[in-house]
Ligand binder design. Sequence first.
Ligand code: B1M
Length: 222
Amino acid sequence: MDSTLLKLGVAVEFGKVDKNSPYPPQMKGEDGADELAKQALDTGVAPTSILTDALVPAMDRVGQKFSENKIFVPQMLMSAKAMGAAMAHLKPFFQSGDVKTKGTFIIGTVKGDLHDIGKNLVAMMVEGGGWTIIDLGVDVNEDTFNQAVADNPGAIVGLSALLTTTMANMEAIVKKVKETHPGTKVLVGGAPLNDDFRKKIGADFYAPDSRGAVEYLKELAA
Ligand code: B1M
C-alpha cells in the first residue's frame, strides 16, 4: 500500500490529529491525519482509497483495541478527531455531485447515541449523489425526526446507530414517523444492524454502508 496511506492509518489509529498536536507523545512533531490526508490527495491517491484503505481499517483497529481493553474512551475520541481531520479534506470530493434536485434526505444518529462519523459519511455521499441533506446531528429523538418530516414533506429519513443499546431506539422513531406521515420511506444503517432487525422495526431498507444508502436513494428517485 502507498506509504502515505499507511502513515495516515497509523495517525488515525493513534489519534494524531495534526503536526502541532501534542498527542500522542511518541508521535510529537510528526505529520498527523490532517497533513497526511492532504499529502495523499496531492499525490493522486483517490479519495475512496483514502477512506477504504486507510481511514476505515484504522477505526476498525481502534474498535478492536477498545474491545480488548487496550485503549479507553479518551484514546477512541482522539482517533475520531484524527479521522475527522482527514475527512475534512475528502468532503469536497464526495460532495461534488449533481445539482441537488433528487429530493431531501433527513439523517440523524438516534437517541442515546453520539457516534457521528458513519452518519456524516453517509450524509456526505448522499449529498454527492444529488440530494439535499438535513442533518439533525446526534442523539435525535422521535419528535425531532417527526418535526423534520413535517417541515419537509416527501423527504426520505435515514437513521444511524452504532450501539446495540441505541439501535433499539430506532423502532419508536420509525413508528412515529410512519404513523404521522404515512408513506415516508425510512432507511436504517450502522454497524450492529442487519436486515432482520430492519424488518422487525418496520423500516424500509437497511444499508450496510454509505454506498448502499446512495444506491437505495438512487432507486427511489428513479
Ligand atoms: Co464507540 N463504540 N462508544 N465511540 N466506537 C463502538 C461503536 C464499539 C463497537 C467499540 C467496541 O467496543 N469495539 C462499541 C459498541 C458496542 C456495541 O454496542 N455493540 C462502542 C462503545 C461501547 C462506546 C461507548 C459506550 C464507550 C463507553 O463510554 N464506555 C460510548 C458510547 C457513547 C454514546 O454514543 N452514547 C462510545 C463513545 C465513542 C466515542 C465518542 C469515543 C467515539 C465516537 C466519536 C464520533 O463518532 N464523533 C467512538 C468511536 C470512534 C467508536 C469506534 C472505534 C469507531 C466508530 C466509527 O466511527 N467507525 C467503534 C468501533 C468500530 O466501529 N470499529 C465504536 C467508522 C465509521 C465510518 O463506520 O460508524 O460503522 P460506521 O459507519 C458505517 C456503517 O455502519 C454504515 O455506513 C458507514 C460508512 O460505511 N452506516 C450507515 C452508519 N450509519 C448509517 C446510516 C445509514 C446507512 C449506513 O442510513 C441512514
